[in-house]
Design a protein around this ligand. Structure first.
Ligand code: SF4
Length: 219
């Protein structure tokens, strides 16, 4: 699946955030985005809109609308738990993954699309898969911490019926995966991007984009 990191901005400050050392400008050029999506849709049927916190992007809905035009499936990852209950946002996508940072309030899911929960490995408790299933979630993804040793083995995890369990191994979730950065550059390994910090073009693939017009709308 293609990932589009539409922003690195977020209103949280998680210590384990893989974006914490990353700084890249955002480009709000819809015409260029359409050209890029048209090119990439030749090879990809699915796109994941992600961040940072994608709902903070000033033209979030325009980006989603563009993605719907070109890709067969459009998915969202967000840390806004209210999206789980908001059919106005959730129904724009084929699935939504909500990243949880505490479990004091796990909202019951509005079942208009599959909603998945995502947590960090350090927050994992054995009760969570069944708890999320009871609240209507379609599955749980456990993300290993890029900065710390890992302690969970997939085969040790409980696996309730009709509920997907996934362990995102650190180093594997972002390597060998095509990604669009907020400045609309395309890379094929986020790990190399993290190493580059402020030089995101060091692993950038050059894409030949067909543009019908030299005029691009800048926001
Ligand atoms: S919510 Fe996600 S993007 Fe935001 S700081 Fe935490 S890990 Fe990073």
């Amino acid at each position: 699946m293609l990932k589009h990191i539409i922003t690195t901005k977020c209103d949280r400050t998680c210590s384990y955030c893989i974006m914490k050392n990353v700084s890249v400008d955002e480009k709000y050029n819809l015409e260029e985005l359409h050209d890029l999506y048209a090119t990439l849709a030749v090879d990809f049927e699915q796109i994941m809109i992600t961040g940072g916190e994608p709902l903070m992007h000033p033209i979030f809905l325009d980006i989603v609308e563009a993605a719907r035009l070109f890709f067969k499936e459009v998915h969202l990852t967000s840390s806004r738990t209210e999206v789980a209950q908001d059919p106005g946002i959730a129904s724009l996508f084929d699935s939504v993954t909500i990243t949880f940072h505490s479990f004091e309030h796990i909202p019951k899911v509005n079942p208009c699309v599959p909603i998945y929960a995502s947590i960090m490995e350090g927050d994992y408790e054995e009760i969570l898969p069944m708890l999320f299933k009871t609240m209507g979630y379609a599955g749980l993804t456990i993300n290993e911490n890029h900065w710390e040793p890992n302690r969970i083995r997939f085969w040790d995890l409980p696996k309730p019926n009709n509920f997907s369990i996934r362990l995102n191994e650190s180093g594997k979730c972002c390597s060998d995966m095509e990604m669009i950065l907020p400045n609309l550059e395309v890379i094929d390994s986020f790990e190399k991007f993290m190493e580059c910090e402020n030089e995101p073009t060091c692993n950038t693939k050059t894409l030949e984009l067909r543009r019908n017009s030299p005029v691009h709308q800048e926001f």
